[in-house]
Every structure is written in C-alpha cells, then in structure tokens.
Design a protein around this ligand. Structure first.
Ligand SMILES: [Zn+2]
Ligand SMILES: [Zn+2]
Length: 396
C-alpha cells in the first residue's frame, strides 16, 4: 500500500514536527494579532514552494496546492491564535510573550497542517483538484473564521469540502476521534441588566432591590435546561459574572450579569434567546424592576457531514488502524470551524494528546497545558490520508 511509504515518512518527520511546534509555541499571539505567527507560516509555506496570500480576514494566511489533475477543492484549516494566559509550564520552549500562551494547542494545528502540506505537495500527481490551506486567526471567540469567510476564503477556487482537527487532551495519545453529526456546541453570550431603585438597606419597602431580583433570575434561568429543554437534548446556561451594589447598608439599584449559553440541537439553539428573555423580563416584572437581555450569537454547533465523516474515518483507519479510531464524546466547547462546516460539508476530528507520564494531562486553557507531541504524526497522517481519499482518483 502506498500509505505505508508516506506513513513511514511521517514517522521520520516526528522530530521536525516537535521542533516546528516549539517555534510556534514560543511566540503565541492572541486573536487578530498573529503577526509573527502568520509571518512564520508564510515563510515556511514559501520554503515549500507555495505562494501564500497573507492578510486574509485580518491576519489569516491561505495557500493553494494545485493537484496535477482538475477536480474539487478541499479546504484544510488550522487555527493559529493563542490565549491571554501567563504560561506556567516551565518548559524550555515556553512562551516568550508575557501574558500570552498557546494553551489550546493551536500551535500543533499549524504544525500538522504545514507537514500535511509538505507531504501532499510530494503527491501532486495523485491529486485531482486543489487543497486550500487555511491558517485562521482568532478562533478563541473573536470571529476569525467569519472574518476569513467574509474576505472570500471559500471562493477562488470554490471550496467543496472542509476538514480540520483539534489536538485533544481529553483523549489519550495514539487515538483519534471521529464523530458524525454535532461534535461541538453552539456557543452564545448573554448580558443581563437589572435596574431597580436604590435606597437604605434598612428600608427595603422604599426601594426596589436589584440584587434580590438578580438572585431570582439566576435561579430561574437554571430551569430552562432542567424544565424546558427535553431531557434527551443538552444545554447549558451559565452565569459567569454578577456585579452590583455599593455597601452593606445600601439597596442596589442595578445589577449586571454575563453568561454563556451552549446547545447542540438547532431547535434548542433557536429557543434559548426567547426563553432567556421570558425568564428575565418575567421575573423582573414580578419583582417590579426593569430587566433587559443582550443576546449575542457566537458560533453555531460544529456539525460533521455524514459522507465526509465516513471518508475521514476510513482514512484514519487506513492510516492508524481500526483500534486507534474512536467515536469521541461531544464537547460543550464552541468552535468556529462550525462556520466552514455550514458552508461546505466536512469533518472536524480530534487528535488525542493526553499522556500523564509526560505532563500532558491538564485541560485546554490551563496555564500548565501541555500536549504529548507524539500525537502530531497521527494528525498529519489522518489529514493527508483524508485529502488523498477526497482528491484521489476514486473520489467522485
Ligand atoms: Zn481554546
Ligand atoms: Zn482550540
């Protein structure tokens, strides 16, 4: 099998993968500020003989691998932003940027896509169509995928399918996770403002208490998931901040709260703003205060297409063996890969990177987050095998 040849080649690249990943790990930048990162990506793409386009959707980078034969276009996406976290791993290749850290593993995504590009370039003869390499800024809640789509990344050439992956510390190294349907949640943001009337803490009957109302609102919001969403569907309403009040003997006239809302199913996603509005305005009306909700849509559910999921699963089994390809749990985390998957059928898969023996057991976004770098060859193999399948002669 041809896969054996390049599969072995990936094994020989393992040290290079680690070295490249560490280069990126040292220079984390947050969303839309990935100047050094995108310059380094562009430099590495040029070294491969590609002609990257930079500044797409802010700091995004795009490059096209043209197969030897005409055909479809497969988008392969890596996000590249870090987080506003001070790294505490103590590793020799830890962040050199104060207050910035690759704590979600996006440095490995960039590395794996660069390696996949190198291997696919060597296999241009086998490609019927194009691979569009997309290095996306600002995945962490700042709208990088949207910015790139608005900047035309899905056209010229038109994208027919999309794949991407996330390094995954919830899954042991050696495994990859491929799941059809919803895999990551829709993620929205809410801000609730409650306006009562201030007064003396000893004379509540002369005031309208915003804090007592806020307490009712927080409690009642929890009944949306427990009483209104079907027990067979999932949802989360979390109030993460609550601010109000001045002193122990003053009744607060105003409370502001912020929260996050997660769901998987389209109908739950559509109902959430309506039900949250009902709870806030209803409870506030009962308490005689004014309540308002600002509901901000974040990213929709990440949904894997059945045909593309089958293709990626088969590619993963071919590349890694059946026992290493699992169906992962859904995650209530949000992902803006969802926007690419809304525009084109595709599959977003997980690359297991957990290994307590190497200190790779912290959750994503933790200041001591580290991955087992031996995960990366698995991701590269699945990316390359999927692209060869999609753009191979047998693809229709
Ligand atoms: Zn993240
Ligand atoms: Zn991430």
């Amino acid at each position: 099998m041809v896969i054996a040849e390049w599969g072995e080649r990936v094994e020989t690249m393992t040290e290079d993968l680690a070295a490249t990943r560490r280069e990126f790990h040292r220079i984390p930048e947050i969303g839309f500020e990935e100047y050094e990162t995108s310059a380094l990506i562009a430099q590495k793409l040029r070294a491969l003989g590609l002609q990257p386009r930079t500044g797409i959707g802010g700091t995004g980078v795009v490059a096209l691998i043209e197969g030897a034969h005409p055909g479809k276009t497969l988008l392969m996406r890596a996000d590249m932003d870090g987080l506003p976290i001070e790294e505490r791993t103590g590793l020799p290749y830890a962040s050199t940027h104060p207050g910035r850290m690759h704590a979600c593993g996006h440095d490995t995504h960039v590395t794996m896509l660069l390696a996949a590009a190198q291997l696919l370039l060597e296999r241009r003869e086998d490609l019927h169509g194009c691979v569009k390499l997309v290095f996306q800024p600002a995945e962490e809640g700042l709208g990088g995928a949207r910015a790139m789509i608005e900047d035309g990344v899905l056209e010229n050439p038109h994208v027919d399918a999309a794949i991407g992956c996330h390094i995954w510390n919830d899954m042991p190294v050696g495994l990859v996770g491929v799941r059809e349907g919803p895999i990551m949640a829709a993620s929205d943001r809410i801000k609730i403002t409650i306006e009562g009337q201030g007064g003396h803490g000893a004379m509540p009957h002369h005031a309208v208490d915003a804090i007592a109302t806020a307490a009712q609102v927080v409690t009642t919001l929890q009944t949306i998931v427990s009483r209104r969403v079907s027990p067979l569907q999932a949802g989360v309403v979390t109030i993460g901040t609550i601010h109000g009040g001045y002193a122990s003997n003053i009744i607060a006239d105003r409370v502001e709260m912020q929260g996050t809302v997660r769901s998987f199913d389209e109908d739950v996603w559509e109902q959430m703003p309506i039900q949250i509005e009902q709870v806030v305005t209803g409870v506030c009306a009962a308490m005689g205060v004014r309540g308002t909700v600002e509901y901000h849509r974040g990213v929709p559910t990440t949904v894997n297409d059945s045909g593309m999921t089958k293709l990626v699963r088969e590619a993963a089994i071919e590349a890694l063996g059946e026992e290493r390809v699992v169906v992962p749990e859904q995650s209530t985390g949000g992902e803006d890969m969802s926007l690419f998957l809304r525009a084109a059928p595709g599959c977003f898969f997980y690359v297991g990177s957990q290994n307590p023996a190497k200190g790779a057991d912290k959750p994503h976004h933790h200041p001591e987050f580290e991955v087992d770098e031996d995960a990366m060859p698995n991701g590269v193999k699945v990316l390359v095998a999927s692209a060869l399948r999609y753009l191979g002669k047998t693809a229709d």
